[in-house]
Design a protein around this ligand. Structure first.
Ligand code: ASP
Length: 323
């Protein structure tokens, strides 16, 4: 039988609803611990409660500690796979952080729930069992960190939370899920390549994320620069453009050695330096803005946080975002 390491970090999957008020929160007694006995026919489970926090409280420091715990446990060579439970709000950021950080070909699956443990139609136990099945599957090896929710398997790189409350919230708008889980089997229908790994020791940099909008001027970018950030991710318009009044602040930041990474506020497609007008991607690229291929703003921010632990030289950073 496969042995799976189950790491809890918190989130709705670990919460209970107060039937008087309808409010949902964490409890001291983790509601999933008791039900783990129900999944022993799927795999042998070893459980660790690392954190018990809502995922809006999750920080890159927590993500690194989680990655280090996975490495420490896998170094014992006693597990066939890892399942992590996590709040859904920032799940995609932790998943992508681990995807970039971990050095293992064993399956690592992150899951969560949209309805807490005692709510009608709670999806936590179901998602947990699906995740254990995926983590126990030989086919899940070498695919990087996977997100399993609602009978679907997604890659950490492309998955995103699309609905505030629907159980079918996790989608991969660019490429769709890479597999599905049925009553009888786990099926993968897309090949994946996961070959990036950055074994950093700390996450010490400050990286901001700013969405562009019609009429944007230089003031917010300037304020971020003045706050002492080490890098900025801009969710630009369309293919990677910004209003002309914001350009001066970008130029100044780059001249001061602060890298700026461009992604799009569109949720499909890639940014590219197409336009030469003031604020167009062609002009921004010439100024030194780094164009990130196919990443969302939050994920580009995670990557820049990690990359800045290795280098802040634009010519070394740019290829990291061109994959
Ligand atoms: N707010 C919750 C969290 O991210 C939502 C969830 O887990 O579904 O912790």
């Amino acid at each position: 039988m496969k042995k799976i390491l189950l790491l809890h970090t918190g989130g709705t999957i670990s919460m209970v609803e107060d039937k008087q008020t309808g409010l949902v929160s964490t409890t001291d007694a983790h509601p999933l611990v008791d039900i783990t006995a129900m999944v022993t026919d799927a795999a042998e489970i070893e459980e660790v409660q690392l954190f018990n926090i809502p995922s809006p409280h999750m920080t890159p420091t927590h993500m690194l500690a989680l990655g280090q715990k996975v490495h420490e446990k896998l170094a014992t060579n006693t597990y066939h796979g890892v399942v992590i439970t996590h709040g859904t709000d920032t799940l995609e950021e932790t998943a992508y952080f681990l995807d970039l950080y971990l050095q293992t070909s064993l399956p690592v699956v992150i899951t969560g729930a949209m309805r807490s443990s005692n709510e009608l139609g709670s999806d936590g136990l179901y998602n947990l069992i699906s995740s254990i099945r995926v983590a126990s599957s030989d086919e899940a090896k070498g695919k990087g960190v996977l997100v399993v929710m609602n009978d679907e398997i997604h890659t950490a790189r492309y998955v995103t939370k699309t609905s505030t409350s629907n159980v079918a919230t996790f989608q991969s708008p660019q490429l769709g899920p890479i597999g599905i889980i049925t009553k009888q089997a786990v099926y993968f229908h897309q090949l994946t390549v996961s070959d990036e790994s950055f074994p950093i020791q700390q996450v010490s940099k400050k990286v901001a994320l700013l969405k562009a909008y019609a009429g944007m001027d230089a003031s917010f970018i300037q304020a971020l620069y003045n706050s002492g950030i080490d890098g900025l991710v801009l969710e630009g318009l369309g293919q990677g453009n910004i209003p002309q009044d914001a350009v001066s602040a970008i130029e100044e930041m780059i001249q001061q050695g602060i890298p700026i990474v461009m992604v799009s506020r569109c949720y499909q497609g890639v940014v590219q330096p197409t336009y030469s007008y003031e604020g167009g991607g062609g002009q921004l690229k010439k100024l030194g803005v780094i164009f990130a291929k196919g990443l969302s703003g939050p994920k580009a921010r995670i990557k820049l946080l990690i990359a800045l632990e290795i280098t802040n030289t634009p010519c070394e950073l740019a290829p990291m975002f061109d994959r």
